[in-house]
Design a protein around this ligand. Structure first.
Ligand code: SF4
Length: 323
């Protein structure tokens, strides 16, 4: 699949791009629900992130150094390094304009709908988590600093696959860490890591462990997102290994989440690979039995997710008090 056909695939999913396909934005289903006044995502439930004005972006839409079997995107075609980095200032302004087009259909005369539309324009929450690996974007520190300085910004979340510890360190050094930094985990050992992420980098596992080790040193909120996939990492053996790794990493939060059988992942995994919410809950409870540092904090059934929190975390769970 070449770049043009990749862009076509993403446009079908209502991605809008800035630059020649380097950066992108999308309005997710939860964001649309919020615009219809029909609820909001678990990041608002758990942390108070402003779902309705979420700008879900990526500076590296078509590039990742992993090819995770559970990923919704066409990972098989998204390898390699992104081209020259776009100006973060132009990218932000460009993506804001693209999002206006994406939500223009929600602009209506009805008072409440209009009020929600105006709220959605407030860009209080930025989620750098859309597609690809954002730490491959060389100007990520500038991008995050600019987003944090914007007058209306309350929260900036960054989701990384942990393959680039140098960039995470740079964010720290340049005082450009996000409000909340996520590293995703789907394997507690090198063998399973290679099998699930299809990572072929010589030092892939080493890089990953370096990023995990960095988390407890960073002054920002840290989250490990554990994706459970039946018949791959959802087992008694992995339970003990995950508990050991997670206890050592000491992130402030752990999101234990079900793999969701969506998008391109359906070409790689069966529907049955998706754990139910009760299975995710049961696995989380068993994890807690082996992890004295952590306690149950919350859950959201529709998203098949359970939140665990480090007992000694210095952060309140809610960043912003909102329902
Ligand atoms: S934080 Fe994530 S789930 Fe919530 S609205 Fe933004 S992109 Fe959607």
């Amino acid at each position: 699949m070449n770049k043009e056909s990749l862009l076509r695939e993403f446009r079908k999913k209502q991605y809008r791009f800035f630059g020649n396909g380097d950066a992108a934005i999308q309005v997710c289903e939860w964001n649309k629900k919020a615009l219809r006044g029909k609820g909001h995502c678990y990041k608002q439930d758990f942390y108070g992130a402003h779902c309705i004005s979420c700008h879900q972006i990526t500076p590296s839409a078509l590039w990742c150094n992993n090819s995770c079997v559970f990923c919704w995107r066409p990972m098989e075609y998204m390898r390699g390094k992104p081209p020259s980095p776009l100006s973060p200032e132009k990218m932000i302004e460009g993506l804001i304009e693209e999002r206006k087009i994406l939500i223009s259909g929600f602009k209506s005369s009805g008072a409440s709908a209009r009020k929600r539309y105006d709220e959605a324009m407030e860009e209080k929450h930025w989620a750098i988590s859309l597609s690809g690996e954002p730490t491959l974007y060389k100007k990520l520190p500038q991008l995050i600093s600019l987003l944090k300085k914007r007058p209306k910004t309350e929260t900036v979340f960054l989701v990384s696959n942990g393959q680039n510890p140098k960039m995470l360190f740079q964010l720290w050094e340049k005082n450009s860490l996000p409000t909340q930094l996520y590293i995703s985990i789907a394997a507690p050992n090198k063998g399973l890591y290679r099998k699930i992420t299809c990572n072929t980098e010589k030092n892939g596992w080493k890089n990953y462990l370096k990023s995990l080790a960095l988390l407890k040193l960073l002054p920002c909120r840290t989250v490990i997102r554990l994706t459970l996939i039946k018949e791959l990492n959802y087992s008694e053996e992995t339970l003990c290994e995950f508990a050991e790794v997670l206890e050592a990493v000491q992130s402030d939060f752990i999101e234990v989440k079900a793999y969701m059988n969506l998008g391109f992942s359906r070409r790689r995994l069966k529907y049955e690979a998706m754990p139910s919410h009760s299975e995710v809950k049961a696995y989380s409870e068993q994890l807690l039995e082996k992890m004295p540092s952590y306690a149950y904090e919350s859950e959201k059934k529709e998203s098949r997710i359970v939140l665990l929190k480090k007992r000694k975390s210095r952060f309140k769970t809610k960043i912003i008090e909102r329902d």
